[in-house]
Every structure is written in C-alpha cells, then in structure tokens.
Design a protein around this ligand. Sequence first.
Ligand SMILES: [Zn+2]
Length: 207
Amino acid sequence: MPPFTIRFRKFVSLNTTIRLREDHMHVSLSDLLEGAPEPVLRAIAHILLAKLYKRPIDPTQNHRYKRFVTSSAVMRQTELTRSRRGSKRYLGPQGRYYNLEEVFESLNTRFFNGFMGRPQLTWSESLAKRLLGHYDPAHNTIVVSRVFDRPSSPRYAIEYLLYHEMLHLVHPVKMKGTRRCVHPAAFKADEGKFPQLKEALAFLKRL
Ligand SMILES: [Zn+2]
C-alpha cells in the first residue's frame, strides 16, 4: 500500500479528489465531510479507491455515502457554507469545564442517530449574555457564549443551547407570506423532544 496524505480543505462543495503520484496517494476532501460518521468516511475511501483502480463500487457503500450527502442537514450546511467564507478567530471547542465537541456528539447520538455532520464548534470570545448561542453559516460554526463554561452551569443548559442550534441546521427558515419564520412548527416540535426543556429555559431566564 502506498503512503497516504489526506487533507480536509475548504471547498465550497463536497468535492473529493484522489491522485496517485510517484507512489504516493493524495486525497483531498471537503471540510464539510470532516465531522462525518466513520462508516461514511469508510464508504468514501471505498468509492475513491474503486474509482482509482477502476473496480466495481459496492452498492451498499455507495448508498451509505449518497444517503449522508443528501440528508437535509448536510445539504443545508453545504448551501450555507457556499454562501460566504472568510477567516475569523474563535476560541475552539475545548473550554475550561466543557468540551463542545463531546457535548455535540452525545446529542448527535441521542437525537440524530449520529448522522449530523459536525460543524465547527466554539466558545465565544466574549462573555455575551444577550447572544447565548448562534449558528454562523459563513463559517459553518456554532458559537456558544463563554458564560456557560463554568461549573455552576448545568450540563442540560449547554446541551439545550447546542441542540437548539443543531435544529437550525435541520430546519430551514420558512416564509409565511413576507415574514421569515425562523422557528417553524416542525422546529418547535423537535425542540419539545429535549427532556429538560423546562429546566433549561428557566436557567437561561435566571441568567
Ligand atoms: Zn433559534
């Protein structure tokens, strides 16, 4: 097997390329695939190698990949990311007390069958109290206010904030006539599935 160099790059689409040059394999993938579940990454590896060596593609692998990239969450992320890209500095997911990637993955398993591609996750730089969490489509990033990264913050409050932003990736904005509906009925129904919704909202209100 030749040595591999695999890179996730900021493509504006789900572009993937594979090249064999001087006995060295070069693979480039869109960073939109970076948080993809392992079975999906394995399917991509299978498809790329089959194409390179002109071998048949296993339909199961093909189906697994297609199902992932056509899931509404991924399509929405792709579309939003395409809209604009720039550079912006963030603190990253590891806070003092909580790691947002760890919280994200546990929510992903519990509510999305592990199928949501992970966007960038970061604590905010400021101790914002008005904007507690938001999704930044330009950088495909969920930002959570650093005020929550303290031992007195219950985990369910952080989970709720992240879960809410994850639902924005699943539910596009609906137009009601000329009005934008950011939290349509389907969004609210999903939000209601969060077991400690009441406690979380009460905590945010106190804060
Ligand atoms: Zn919202």
